[in-house]
Every structure is written in C-alpha cells, then in structure tokens.
Write a protein that binds this ligand. Structure first.
Ligand SMILES: Cc1cc2nc3c(=O)[nH]c(=O)nc-3n(C[C@H](O)[C@H](O)[C@H](O)COP(=O)(O)O)c2cc1C
Length: 420
C-alpha cells in the first residue's frame, strides 16, 4: 500500500521521504449535509475531518470517559461529535493500576475545599481491561451507532509485529479511525511505550512507518507536551503518513506535598510518582502547543489534507473556540467530562453557537485558524509598536484652523489644545 508521494524534509533530520498513500478524502471545508441544521439562522457545528463526518467538533478524549461500552454509549446518546476510547494495548495483564490515582488542585486561598478545581493530576495507566473485551464493545457500539465516529486509541511496545497485530484487531471491529498514544507521560517507559516514543523522533519515524504501512483508516498521532519543541514530533508524524495530530496529552507533574504528613499526592501507601496534569490550568499551555503545531502545519503541509485536534482544559464553548481559532478541526475533552458529566456537550455546543452568532460565523470553517495570523515574533512586536507610536505622534493635536471651532464642541475643542 505504501507509495512514494512527495518528499518533505524541511531541514528536519528525522523527516522521511517515503509516504503512505492517503487513506481517506482528508478534511473538507464542507459540513456534512445530514448533520447540517435545517434552521438556516442557526450556525452549523458539523465538521468533516479526514473524511470522518461529525455532528459537532466535540470529541471525548481518551481516558475514563471512554473506558467501556456503557460510558461510550452514553457519550453518543448525549450528542458528542465522536468518541476516542481509552487507550488499549495487546496485553492488558501488564497494566496494573493503583488507587487513589487522582489528585486535584483548587483555586483560592490555600486551595480551600470550596475553591474551584483548576488542575487535575492522574497516575492512571492505559486500559487495564482485556483487549478482547474492549474489541467486543467497539464492535457492539459500531453496530448500534453506525453513523457515529468511534476512534480507537492504541499504544504498543517497540515491536513491529505487535503494532501490526493491534492495528489489525482494532480495525476488524469497524472503528472509524485510530489515535496513537505517543504521549502517555507515566507508566511503562522501559517498555518504550507512549511518551518514550513521542519524545524520540528517531523512534517515532520508525514506529509511524510501521503503523501507516498497516492501517487502512485515518491515523492521528497524539503528542506529548513534555518536550522542548512539539513541532518536531508533529512534523515527523505527518511526514510519516499520519493524517492528523492531536495535542496535548497531560503535562508531567507533582500535584503537591501534604504539609501534615510530608507525603506527596496522590498518595499510595505513603508514596507517589510523578503523574500527568490536565484541566483548566493546562489550557494556556495547550493553546501555545497547538498554536506552534498549527503554524508549522500551515507553512509546511497542505491544510486540506491534514487535521489537528486541540486538547487541554476545555470546559466551555469559548475554550473550544480558542483552539478552533488557532486551526484545530476538532476539540477533545477528558477531565471536563470527569467533572461535569456527559451532558456537558450540550452546554459546549450552545456556547460555541453563541460565539459564532456574535461574529456571524455560519460554520466552523468560517473561523478556523483565523487568529493564527496574529502571532508573530517579539522583534516584530517591537517594530509594530515603534511604528504605531510614530504614527500617533504624526497626528497633529487640536484644531488645524480657526474655522474648525464649533459651538457644540467648544469645550472639548479647547481641551484638545491644552498641554496640562
Ligand atoms: C484520568 C485520566 C486518564 C487518561 N488516560 C488517557 C489514555 O488512556 N490515553 C490517552 O491518550 N490520554 C489519556 N489521558 C489524557 C487526556 O486524553 C487528555 O489528553 C488530557 O487529560 C488533557 O485534556 P483535558 O484537560 O481535557 O483532560 C488521560 C487523562 C486523564 C485525566
């Protein structure tokens, strides 16, 4: 299936020249008709991404909200645009979770119990449910919801045959796309899984090559923010045949140390380990990462052929609009669902529509990527400011001639010529 498409090195030592033939029609700028609103005054939230048609851009991010049949069914029933299941691997027996595995950060004085939850750390691993069980559930969901988008999230050890087997088995269930978890920050680095691959561009080229030679559905590569320049692995993933990039996974964190017990949180039998940070507090960091990737994609890749999924701290339609304004095609939500439930999607859709009405945007494509142009370098900001000051100074203060005095504006006109 692999074919020579085009060369794309861009000076990146890890860029590859061999490309996989596109598996889908890629994102189009036209909303999918069956989801388009009949009411012409209502903004149309539908999106078509890598050939996948969704009623809205809101996607359940991989994690507890996509952990089994019951909760994924609930997500479809509540109206989520797509669901990404909890990450699966070939051998769930190797995945052993601990409890408690979450710790929260609250705003306000000393993180008072009444303060709003703004940060969330987890030390949860990928799915610990048997692969066979998860596959049966994917199949059942696709049977019940043939028109809805179900995406399998996968992660495997550094082993070509293992990746090929996993891809084959998830694809047999009828899932619509694959998200590859190159970004889990904790867990099994010694098995070269998750972020261990996403942080190493040489490994990433190789593993993406295996994956894209095998997969027949669109593949999104989920990026870790725990790296100096996130555009490097994103570029490698897209150059290696992935149709899309998703960012960000959680940020490596230590939630805190109890000043009573002197033990770190989340505390398991008196001990802890660094985990992944999510929720509102990571939103600005996620925006910066998505902005960098979007700029790279805009300058180096054809916007219509590749997709971007924004993730991190989304709880309002406005949070989602920000990702879309930077170029995201879809927006994923994980911790937000854990805090507010599956009904959150209705609020997200209403708030996104309100934003669109305010600006008279009829579709997501009307404003996707619009704010990207307002990012520049600091040097350019200095140049722009100096120019603006010069222009302001050039405008003469006060009246240019005595014939401009008016009766109504006399006091203001006088003041415009006073110096103190
Ligand atoms: C408890 C928990 C478990 C998660 N498990 C996974 C996972 O299995 N696979 C994955 O790709 N991301 C996982 N994530 C990361 C989320 O999908 C998401 O990238 C991250 O939490 C940031 O988005 P949020 O602020 O909306 O949660 C998990 C996040 C949380 C909070």
């Amino acid at each position: 299936m692999a074919s020579l498409k085009f060369s794309h090195s861009n000076g990146n030592p890890f860029a590859v020249t061999r490309h996989v033939t596109p598996r889908s029609t890629r994102p189009t700028r036209i909303g999918f008709k069956i989801f388009a609103s009949d009411n012409h005054s209502e903004p149309d939230l539908s999106v078509c991404v890598n050939g996948l048609q969704m009623p809205n851009p809101f996607v359940i991010g991989s994690g507890p909200p996509g952990t089994n049949y019951t909760v994924m069914k609930r997500a479809f029933d509540e109206g989520w645009g797509a669901v990404i299941a909890k990450t699966v691997s070939l051998d769930a027996a190797k995945v052993i979770n601990v409890t408690p595995r979450y710790a929260r950060l609250r705003a306000g004085a000393n993180g008072s119990a009444k303060g709003q939850i703004i940060g969330w750390e987890n030390i949860e691993l990928i799915s610990d449910r048997p692969l066979e069980t998860m596959l049966k559930e994917f199949k059942q969901l696709k049977k019940e919801y043939p028109d809805r988008i179900l995406i399998a999230s996968i992660m495997e050890e550094y082993n070509k045959a293992g990746w090929e087997e996993l891809i084959d088995r998830v694809e047999q269930t009828g899932i619509d796309a694959i998200e590859v978890n190159f970004s889990c920050p904790h867990g099994m680095p010694e098995r070269k899984m998750g972020a261990a691959v996403g942080q190493d561009c040489a490994l990433l080229v190789e593993v993406c090559g295996w994956i894209n030679a095998k997969a027949t559905v669109p593949v999104w590569a989920k990026m870790t923010p725990n790296i100096t320049d996130i555009t490097m692995p994103a570029r490698v993933a897209l150059s290696s045949g992935c149709e899309g990039v998703a960012a960000i996974n959680t940020i490596m964190s230590v939630m805190g140390i109890s000043l009573d017990t002197l033990r770190p949180e989340p505390c398991v039998e008196g001990y802890s380990t660094p985990g992944g940070y999510s929720c509102k507090a990571v939103h600005p960091i996620a925006l910066a990462k998505v902005m960098s990737i979007a700029k790279m994609m805009k300058s180096e890749f054809n916007d219509n052929d590749y997709s971007l999924s924004g993730i991190g701290g989304v709880e309002t339609g406005g949070d989602a609009a920000e990702f879309i304004l930077l170029g995201a095609n879809t927006v994923q939500v994980c911790t937000g669902v854990m805090m507010h439930g599956y009904g959150l999607v209705k609020k997200l859709c209403d708030e996104l529509k309100d934003f669109m009405k305010k600006h008279n945007f009829k579709s997501i494509e009307d404003f996707r990527g619009v704010s990207l142009q307002y990012f520049t370098t600091h040097t350019d900001l200095v140049r722009r400011q100096q120019e603006a000051i010069r222009e302001r100074k050039a405008i003469k203060k006060g009246l240019q001639s005595d014939k401009e005095w008016t009766g109504d504006g006399f006091v203001k006109e006088t003041e415009s010529m006073v110096s103190n």
